[in-house]
Write a protein that binds this ligand. Structure first.
Ligand SMILES: NC(=O)c1ccc[n+]([C@@H]2O[C@H](COP(=O)([O-])OP(=O)(O)OC[C@H]3O[C@@H](n4cnc5c(N)ncnc54)[C@H](OP(=O)(O)O)[C@@H]3O)[C@@H](O)[C@H]2O)c1
Length: 299
């Protein structure tokens, strides 16, 4: 039997509607409308597309969004100055610096310069530490947070189950395992992590009742690597050439969709799986940041 498709597009729509209602309630209650500032450095078309999707989604739910376009030649100090300005701006609740940044800019320092309460990407060391130690008042990285929502809301609660995570990046794998190991909603899983140095990878991935893949290689996980009946979450977004498409390429995940859909009980598609959830969680984080009320910090 073919796997059930877990639609991130549909679930993200529901979450965006919930966030929109929350923003409306805040407004009715006399609170300021939450504000999101996105910083785009350079002209990379993929980054530009991501940032404009994020801004559009923010505006749709009533969040005030502001895009700051900066030249690829910007110096590290100048970019720091921009972040400091946004930290001090009382109308900005969330700051997102789109990655990657040009070579002359020290990415880690820029991410650390964002005020932790405005760090809607959840990459600041304070938020990373809070997530790991299970402290409340934390902004959680959007992609792993979206995956937890996908699992819980689709009836595949990770609690008590063996989850295998392939990939250990700071953006996906590491925060993902922190959430899965945490106590309470979306957590309490038994977790195994695999990466490029893992031996007998297929043996490891076949242990997963839930298999989450964030590797960045098209069709990397094949049917033989999946435990029959597993739930498979495909985080990968890869461009592959496709002369039949208007753009000349199409997006595929890290999972061989066709093959794996015959073995798994449920799986996410690419596109339309994890991607839309990432954006929905960014909106949710912006509203949480507005409620925490760091607006004006440092100003
Ligand atoms: N949908 C979304 O919202 C979203 C968000 C973020 C990322 N993504 C996508 O998810 C994918 C992964 O992103 P990322 O930022 O996590 O990538 P990344 O930083 O490149 O990390 C990739 C991970 O995969 C592991 N890996 C590479 N080759 C492997 C192999 N042969 N066997 C086992 N593990 C292997 C690496 O292991 P080592 O650590 O040992 O090198 C690393 O931990 C990309 O396609 C990206 O575009 C999507």
């Amino acid at each position: 039997m073919a796997a059930e498709i877990i639609s991130g597009t549909e679930m993200a729509r529901t979450i965006r509607a919930e966030v929109g209602e929350e923003v409306a309630r805040m407004k009715e209650g006399g609170a300021r409308v939450p504000g999101l500032a996105t910083v785009l450095v350079g002209e990379d078309p993929a980054s530009r597309a991501y940032v404009s999707m994020k801004n559009r989604a923010a505006e749709e739910v009533g969040i005030l969004s502001r895009q700051i376009d900066l030249p690829a030649s910007i110096s590290h100090e100048e970019l720091l100055g921009w972040v400091e300005g946004l930290n001090a701006d009382p109308e900005v609740d969330g700051i997102l610096v789109q990655l990657p940044l040009p070579e002359q800019v020290m990415e880690a320092q820029i991410l650390e310069s964002i005020h932790p309460y405005k760090d809607v990407d959840g990459f600041h060391p304070v938020n990373v530490g809070r997530l790991l130690s299970g402290t409340p008042d934390v902004l959680i990285p959007c992609t792993p947070q979206g995956i937890i929502e996908l699992l819980v809301r689709s009836g595949h609660d990770p609690s008590g189950r063996h989850v295998v995570m392939v990939g250990r990046s700071n953006i996906v794998g590491k925060p993902m395992i922190s959430l899965l190991l945490g106590r309470g909603r979306g957590g309490d899983a038994t977790v195994t992590v695999a990466h490029s140095r893992t031996r007998d990878l297929a043996e490891v991935t076949r242990m997963g009742e839930i298999l989450i893949v964030a590797v960045g290689r098209p069709g990397f996980v094949t049917a033989e690597m999946v435990r029959p009946g597993a739930v498979v979450i495909d985080v990968g977004v890869n461009r592959v050439d496709d002369p039949s498409s208007e753009k000349g390429y199409r997006l595929v995940g890290d999972v061989d969709f066709e093959g794996v859909s015959r073995v798994a009980s449920a799986m996410t598609p690419v596109p339309g799986g994890v991607g839309p959830m990432t954006i929905a969680m960014l909106l949710s984080n912006t509203v949480s940041a507005a409620k925490t009320g760091a607006g004006g910090f440092g100003g």
